[in-house]
Ligand binder design. Structure first.
Ligand SMILES: Nc1ncnc2c1ncn2[C@@H]1O[C@H](COP(=O)(O)OP(=O)(O)OP(=O)(O)O)[C@@H](O)[C@H]1O
Ligand SMILES: [Mg+2]
Length: 339
């Protein structure tokens, strides 16, 4: 019998009511997301700012209560467990946050920060605890003497390493990494990403890796899901997404990545999307991407909501009216060049 996936999210919704004093309405931050992550897999969740990536991550670790849908960890539905019932599961899933400056408690020493989950769950004596903290710091490439320092004495990259050490202290089976390098200086981004990849290979945890651009996920992910206004518009293996993106939105995200081949880079058309991502309070009708899509077929795309469906008889999925079941897809770059 095959074991259930590490994470299985079905029809996840998270809506935030807007107070009447601020105009009222509902923010449809996440609006029906399905995500499956198997043992040892790293799934990249990519989308523009405001597309709902962090909200998905926070629902999975139940920092936020989902409005609808189910979240199963190792086959167990955790979507409606109380905080008390969730405790044993907290060992299994950890989250590394976007901003290493605000995610570490400034009053705690690095040693205490890393030891906190172990104190809550581990039942270790103080000597064993000290040893474990030192070995975790060593694993993330920090000197063991770092345990006596405080967050304000560390660089952004060092802080993010501390965040990783803390997240991995209980050997979780799933790590939610929410843009773990986007707040860091470009020069240290690569070293933290490499560290994350080495640790994943070493420890074998599964990972939901959140990023706002495709370039970052190419390095670290086996599969990629593209999020737009709280819905997944395309999902496939890294190769599928990077060699033949089908959804016009995925094509536009990919066109924004520089390729290390100057002649090829000159031939490529960059798709510039017009305007910002629309408001999730009043999302566009039909396909929510139709207002920015260079190949939208009106009125169909404005009227009918596309469903995420498999194409090419594979595990790959796309939600676009213009993509055929055999994988034929419009070329958004050519259309954008004509505009
Ligand atoms: N607590 C909240 N109350 C109301 N609206 C919220 C709340 N948290 C998030 N939102 C809204 O939900 C939408 C999705 O937010 P989210 O933080 O998930 O986006 P994101 O994709 O992680 O963006 P970024 O790349 O900027 O981190 C946004 O429109 C945001 O304003
Ligand atoms: Mg975010």
């Amino acid at each position: 019998m095959t074991s259930p996936p590490v994470l299985e999210v079905r029809g996840l919704k998270k809506h935030f009511p807007v107070p009447r004093s601020r105009g009222g309405g509902t923010v449809h931050a996440v609006d029906g997301v399905d995500v499956t992550i198997r043992a040892g897999e790293v799934l990249g969740l990519v989308g523009e700012s405001g597309s709902g990536k962090s909200t998905v991550g926070k629902c999975v670790v139940r920092l936020l209560e989902p409005t609808g849908g189910t979240i199963a960890l190792h086959g167990r539905d955790i979507s409606h467990l109380s905080q008390r019932e969730l405790r044993p599961m907290r060992r299994q899933v950890h989250m590394v946050f976007q901003d290493p400056y605000s995610s570490l408690d400034p009053r705690q020493s690095i040693g205490d920060i890393v030891a906190e989950p172990l104190r809550m769950h581990g039942g270790l004596g103080s000597r064993e605890l000290g040893k474990k903290v030192e070995s975790l710091l060593d694993k993330v490439g920090l000197a063991t003497g770092m345990r006596y320092r405080y967050p304000h004495e560390l660089s952004g990259g060092q802080r993010q390493r501390v965040g990783l050490a803390r997240s991995l202290s209980l050997d979780p089976s799933l790590l939610i990494a929410d843009e773990p390098v986007s707040a860091l200086d470009v020069s240290v981004q690569a070293s933290v990403l490499n560290l994350l990849m080495d640790l994943q290979e070493d420890l074998g945890f599964s990972c939901l890796f959140i990023a706002h651009d495709l370039a970052t996920v190419e390095l670290v992910c086996n599969r990629v899901a593209v999020l737009y206004l709280g819905r997944i518009v395309e999902e496939g293996t890294r190769e599928e997404i990077f060699t033949s993106p089908k959804h016009p939105y995925t094509q536009s995200l990919l066109s924004a990545i520089a390729v290390p081949d100057p002649p090829l880079q000159r031939r490529r058309e960059r798709i510039i999307l017009t305007g910002d991502i629309p408001s999730p309070i009043d999302p566009p009708s039909g396909c929510t991407f139709h207002t920015r899509c260079p190949v939208a077929d009106l009125p169909r795309c404005a009227d009918e909501v596309p469903i995420l469906r498999p194409i090419e008889a594979s595990a790959r999925q796309v939600s676009c009216h213009l993509v055929g079941a055999d994988g034929t897809a419009p070329d958004a770059a050519k259309a954008a060049a004509r505009i």
